[in-house]
Design a protein around this ligand. Structure first.
Ligand SMILES: NC(=O)c1ccc[n+]([C@@H]2O[C@H](COP(=O)([O-])OP(=O)(O)OC[C@H]3O[C@@H](n4cnc5c(N)ncnc54)[C@H](O)[C@@H]3O)[C@@H](O)[C@H]2O)c1
Length: 253
């Protein structure tokens, strides 16, 4: 890696990092030299295995469990992170859930759970982390949205609304915090081979539809992590409020 993409000396907090895109991101940021905080939700074993792998490769990492949809849990996560690291330079808001349901069957509880995890968590994490970045004189936030937040998708209204909200929140924070040398950007991935795109969460019909892109394939999580690394690095220092689209061609603006 060139010096431009070294994250040596920086601390990165990645939410929902025990699996999937968050897991690949934590691994890649650690490989680039960052000290990584691996947040997880009740996946202590998987998170510790990731941390152990990073440590064995000569990197620095620690696992901290917390539900990022709950304000008190977010504050505890950030307080514990600061106690261990002294400061947060990079925040990757990756944690998320998905639900397939006809709109007219969608309950208020479904809406609150989805929006709480996929959108409110980004608000809570940014509210807890940005003050420290302002004091430190800079930082980077990368929010994981989705191509579905741009395209919309039948039977996924709350998810699409949440991810569109993440894009709006990203652009607003990018404008508000640019004067503090804090860069806020988003990534809107297309279909990625993780647990989220599985029969556990989607009907076979929709898993098949996920493949309907020009490249006709699911991404490997590492292909999304590469975009996160770029946005975290100094290579992207003129990126502000942008939405990168590693999506196999699902969206061509
Ligand atoms: N897989 C895809 O096709 C795809 C496409 C576009 C965007 N995304 C987004 O990428 C992100 C990562 O998803 P993934 O595909 O890696 O799936 P995943 O299910 O492997 O990862 C999501 C992670 O978030 C964690 N999480 C859920 N709720 C949480 C909470 N309240 N607090 C803390 N952690 C929580 C889960 O435990 C899990 O480890 C999500 O935001 C998702 O919406 C995924």
């Amino acid at each position: 890696m060139t010096d431009l993409i070294t994250l040596q000396g920086r601390t990165a907090l990645v939410t929902g990092a025990a699996t999937g895109i968050g897991h690949a991101t934590a691994q890649l940021l650690a490989q680039a030299g960052a000290r990584v905080v691996v947040n997880h939700l009740h996946q202590a074993e998987a998170a510790q295995a990731l941390v152990d792998g990073i440590l064995a490769a000569g990197g620095q990492a620690v696992a901290i469990g917390a539900d990022v949809s709950q304000a008190a849990e977010v504050q505890r996560l950030v307080d514990q992170t600061l106690a261990v690291t002294g400061g947060i330079d990079i925040l990757v808001n990756n944690a998320g859930i998905i639900q397939e349901k006809a709109f007219l069957d969608t309950t208020e509880a479904d809406w609150d759970r989805l929006l709480g995890t996929d959108l409110k968590s980004v608000f809570l994490m940014c509210r807890a982390v940005l003050p420290g970045m302002v004091v430190r004189g800079g930082g980077v936030v990368v929010n994981i949205a989705s191509d579905l937040g741009i395209l919309g998708r039948e039977r996924y209204a709350p998810y699409c609304a949440a991810k569109a909200g993440v894009i709006g929140l990203t652009r607003s924070l990018a404008r508000e915090f640019a004067p503090h040398q804090i860069r806020v950007n988003a990534i809107a991935p297309g279909p990625v081979a993780t647990a989220m795109v599985s029969l556990e969460h989607m009907s076979a019909e929709w898993v098949e539809k996920e493949l309907a892109t020009p490249q006709h394939r699911l991404a490997d999580p590492a292909e999304i992590a590469a975009s996160v690394l770029f946005l975290c690095s100094d290579l992207s220092r003129f990126y502000c409020g942008q939405v990168l689209g590693p999506n196999g061609g699902s969206v061509m603006p």
